[in-house]
Design a protein around this ligand. Structure first.
Ligand code: ZN
Length: 517
């Protein structure tokens, strides 16, 4: 059943499509990938009945599936890379949002080079932007977050992201993995006409949000974000950096949609028969999730406003591109856990893991720095540890594994070398684990949180998080609005499970290009 469904979804399979065919008359002129950053399937199902706007229209024009992320790297950078390339971490090389680089002995962001500049050089595979580069079609990525704008395109395209220091969006031409400032007249005009400052008004909930959410405004576990506390109202003026609060209010979604509409007009997206790609990633969805959780009044309010705003964006696509001339996938880079308070779970920090791991190694090797980094889900041994005689290293490794297994918050600890490589020959959780690691870049050991436990940091505490192998992190809504669709009764439940590795080939098929995986 599942394989039949997958074949049907991929439709004109990428492998069967010539590299640059003349797009058929009636084919989509604009393909839109809309990413709700951190959007768990369980949360959408809980809120589904409250949506009567854009989500309702999407469910009446498209198909609702449960998208299953293939690995435990259920994080923003690996998720966005997967959506635009079809490749999980084992092939994409994007381990996490940031990871330890052994050669330079420090952490770099997923889209950061050694000098601190934005780059997609760590992405090992091409993306949809690269595939489109050899056609007359354009690829545009827009988000508050740079990694979410860049990675779905691959190494080529036009990218736009938000600069909180300047309180504005900037545009960049991405070529060979390097984004270079490329001010676009339409974005400059938008910025001049819509300054962010005056729009940083207090966020208060819609009248019936509290009733729909059914939880108190200070639900246990909520911490707030970007200077906001657990309860409404959230006033940007009361925070240290008001322009940062764009990341964590409904305004964050509003401005990204506005820039997307301005890009469609300014870049003439969907204006001719050569299909264009527009990636829109809504980052505020992620920040509100982290700050208050998906059960919260804040998340309910954000999504009810998003439902209405999405309807406006779909109408704008009809107006600018033409009804029936655009196709869309609405989905997410990863899900999230319910509040740990509701799962009898808890929170764990990488620092706790590092201290425990180093103490365990020290019990065998004596005092020293044996662990370089424990940024989830990897444990990197120091060069001093790796230089130990074979028997001492084996003994210390065993002691570290046992120490980490003693945390109730940790469900699985092992050697990366034991789970990485030859992913195609593995099944079930072993395959998901295999796809989580890059044998060259990943750590010496890995650890995975137990159900209900999230990875947290002391500097930036979170209500909830993601990044595990559990269903709540891997399963996300996948709404597919294909070309040539007809309206039907809006779906009230998902139709079945689809592997998220099929999304990029599906989009490529609509665009008439091949992803050279
Ligand atoms: Zn994310």
């Amino acid at each position: 059943m599942k394989s039949v469904l997958l074949l049907a979804l991929i439709g004109c399979s990428a492998a069967a499509v010539p590299a640059h065919p003349e797009p058929p008359e009636g084919g989509p002129r604009l393909v839109v990938l809309l990413v709700l950053d951190q959007w768990p399937e369980w949360s959408f199902e809980a809120k589904r009945a409250a949506f009567h706007g854009g989500f309702e229209r999407a469910l009446a024009e498209g198909d609702w599936h449960v998208g299953e992320h293939p690995s435990a790297a259920t994080l923003t950078a690996p998720g966005h890379a997967l959506l635009g390339t079809g490749a999980a971490t084992a092939a994409s090389g994007i381990l996490a949002n940031e990871w330890w680089h052994r050669d330079v002995h420090r952490i770099l962001m997923a889209v950061e080079d050694e000098d601190g500049h934005e780059t997609t050089k760590w992405l090992r595979v091409p993306g949809l932007g690269d595939a489109l580069a050899a056609t007359p079609g354009k690829a545009v990525g827009i988000s508050l977050k740079s990694r979410a704008a860049l990675l779905p395109l691959g190494h080529t395209g036009l990218v736009v992201w938000y600069d909180p220091h300047a309180a504005r969006f900037n545009s960049y031409a991405l070529a060979h993995g390097t984004p270079a400032a490329a001010p676009k007249p339409w974005l400059e005009a938008y910025t001049a006409a819509h300054p962010i400052g005056p729009r940083l008004q207090p966020w208060t909930p819609l009248p019936d949000t509290a009733q729909l959410a059914g939880v108190p405004d200070d639900n246990p576990g909520e911490v707030g974000d970007k200077g906001f506390g657990p309860t409404f109202p959230h006033d940007p003026a009361a925070t240290k950096n008001p322009a940062e609060t764009v990341f964590t209010t409904p305004l964050g979604n509003e401005v990204v949609f506005e820039v997307a509409s301005a890009a469609i007009a300014g870049e003439h997206l969907g204006a001719d028969r050569a299909p264009d790609l527009l990636v829109v990633s809504l980052s505020a969805h992620d920040y509100v999730g982290h700050g208050w959780g998906h059960e919260s009044q804040e998340q309910w309010d954000l999504e009810r406003r998003l439902d209405e705003r999405l309807a406006g964006f779909l109408d704008d696509l009809d107006r600018q591109v033409g009804a029936g001339r655009w196709a869309m996938v609405i989905t997410s880079d990863h899900g999230a856990s319910p509040l740990p308070e509701t799962l009898h779970g808890g929170r764990l920090t990488p620092e706790q893991v590092r201290v425990a791991a180093n103490a365990a190694a020290s019990a065998v090797l004596g005092p020293g720095t044996w662990i370089d980094n424990t940024h989830y889900p990897n444990v990197y041994f120091s060069s001093a540890m790796l230089a130990q005689p074979k028997s001492e290293l084996a003994s210390a490794t065993k002691r570290v594994i046992f120490a980490l297994r003693s945390f109730p918050a940790i469900e699985r600890v092992g050697k990366v070398a034991d789970v990485a490589g030859h992913c195609g020959t593995r099944t079930g959780d072993d395959r998901a684990l295999c796809l989580t690691f890059d044998p060259e870049r990943s750590g010496d050991l890995f650890y995975l949180p137990a159900r209900g436990f999230i990875m947290d940091t002391e500097d930036e505490p979170a209500a909830t998080a993601h990044g595990s192998i559990h269903d709540y992190d891997r399963q996300v809504p996948l709404l597919i609005l294909p070309p040539g669709r007809t309206k039907h009764a809006p779906a009230t439940a998902p139709a079945g499970m689809v592997d998220m590795q099929t999304v990029a080939p599906l989009l490529a098929g609509w665009l008439g290009v091949q992803l050279p995986l």
